[in-house]
Write a protein that binds this ligand. Structure first.
Ligand code: 5AD
Ligand code: SF4
Length: 435
């Protein structure tokens, strides 16, 4: 009889959770688990959760509710909740959903195999500590299995900024940067597995600082890795955008011309209430300097509409800022009160007004995204070929500006960078032909 156990992992939220899920799969893989595609096949289900907005957190409970029948049919089935809901709600999860056997916060993943063992006799196990040790040092890496051409690499975690709406400083804790030598080794390891593009991740990645290295130096050194062709990083705070990092955009060829730099609002009153520590004007001047260093850079941002106290004039200031920047891509959300954050107790903007503002903002952001995509038509772009496209004989890859690009090619091209002449623009992608 084989003692391989089957693991189903479902990941919610940001790219850091994607990276964390991979590391958890590695850790449990060393313990005899292999992954399966559906929850009904699993001996263990792990939800890696997101707490950033109310909807994200509620999704977890409705997903857990769906597992009742599975657990009745298979009483040995283990159900675990990881990630930021686990950190924020801890034992409350087990009270609300008694099906759950295990709750593990984002800083305790290296203890997961041990925790799973402790649930074997029916015990409920919870660990939401912030241990001193680097969880990634303790997570075993899998055998040198091939990886997709593009990979995430967490270099920094946590946030010290305490924006008034955000749970991250509470769920992920204080800023911690991983040592550069380990990150360079991890990048080399990824390249050996077929990775061509690495996205450096951190909640506040441009605040990276370890052993006297800042993010710009880490990028410059990592760019010397043979076989690694592209480097990206996300997410950044405007106040940590140092001159060294701006210069790197102009000087490091492997650093892709795309920057996600959230501003959240264009109103100084709202920015102050959000505890952002910068004005709209300072943000715009910063973008000017970045564009001077790298004129073709594609800018991306995040916006919150209906933050407590935001009036029509404040909202118009956000529209004005967007009209001035013309983002290549942007993400916008209705404000969602998060328990324990400073803004949660303030007087809220009505749901109706939030929805109306979101629609107006998204209309403008979509127009700009479409215009940016249209401006690519006729250009020949280097595209990193990633995977099979929607139709047979089609592959999809990534442009330097992070567009998905569809074109005719076969799967042997995966992992190569090819020149594609762009001929069409759809809602969220480009299409073209190899030249
Ligand atoms: N409500 C709505 N959006 C939020 N974000 C973070 N917290 C909240 C919240 N409470 C958005 C911000 C952030 C992105 C990751 O999620 O725009 O940049
Ligand atoms: Fe949250 Fe980002 Fe603000 Fe940190 S900088 S508190 S992660 S929105």
């Amino acid at each position: 009889m084989s003692d391989t156990k089957k693991l189903f992992v479902k990941t919610y939220g940001c790219q850091m959770n994607v990276y964390d899920s991979e590391r958890m799969v590695d850790a449990l893989g060393a313990d005899g688990f292999e992954t399966v595609e559906t929850p009904d096949e699993a001996d263990m289900i792990l939800l890696n959760t997101c707490h950033i907005r109310e909807k994200a957190a509620e999704k977890v409970y409705s997903e857990l509710g769906r597992y009742r029948k599975l657990k009745e049919a298979k009483p040995d089935l283990k159900i675990g909740v990881a990630g930021c809901v686990a950190q924020a709600e801890g034992e409350e999860i087990m009270r609300r959903q008694p099906l759950v056997d295990l709750v593990v916060g984002p800083q305790a993943y290296h203890r997961l195999p041990d925790m799973v063992q402790r649930t074997d006799n029916g015990a409920k196990v919870i660990d939401t500590d912030f241990p001193e040790e680097d969880k990634f040092d303790h997570l075993p890496r899998g055998p040198k299995a091939r990886r997709a051409p593009s990979a995430f690499l967490t270099v920094q975690e946590g946030c010290d900024k305490f924006c008034a709406f955000c749970v991250v400083p509470y769920t992920r804790g204080a800023e911690v940067s991983r040592p550069p030598e380990r990150l360079l080794a991890e990048a080399r390891d990824l390249v050996e597995r077929g990775v061509v593009e690495v996205t450096l991740l951190g909640q506040n990645v441009n605040a990276y600082e370890a052993d006297g290295w800042r993010l710009a130096k880490l990028i410059r050194e990592m760019a010397r890795t043979d076989g690694l062709e592209r480097i990206r990083f996300t997410t950044s705070h405007p106040n940590d955008m140092g001159d060294d990092l701006i210069e790197a955009f102009g000087e490091v060829d492997k650093l892709m011309p795309y920057l996600h730099l959230p501003v959240q609002s264009g109103s100084d009153t709202v920015l102050k209430a959000m505890n952002r520590h910068h004005t709209a004007e300072e943000y715009l001047r910063l973008l000017e300097r970045i564009r001077a260093a790298r004129p073709d850079i594609a800018l991306s941002g995040d916006f919150i509409v209906g933050f407590p106290g935001e009036d029509e004039a404040d909202f118009r200031a956000t529209l004005d800022l967007c009209a001035e920047v013309r983002y290549a891509q942007a993400f916008s959300f209705k404000y969602s009160a998060r328990p324990g954050t400073p803004a949660a107790d303030r007087a809220h903007v009505s749901e109706e007004v939030k929805s109306e503002r979101l629609a107006r903002l998204q209309e403008m952001l979509t127009d700009h995204q479409m215009a940016f995509q249209q401006s690519m038509i006729g250009k020949t772009l280097p595209v990193l070929v990633e995977k099979q496209g929607r139709e047979t004989g089609q592959m999809v890859g990534k442009s330097p500006y992070l567009h998905a690009v569809h074109f005719q090619a076969d799967s042997t091209m995966a992992g190569k960078i090819v020149q594609v002449r762009v001929e069409g623009s759809e809602r969220n992608s480009l299409s073209g032909v190899c030249v």
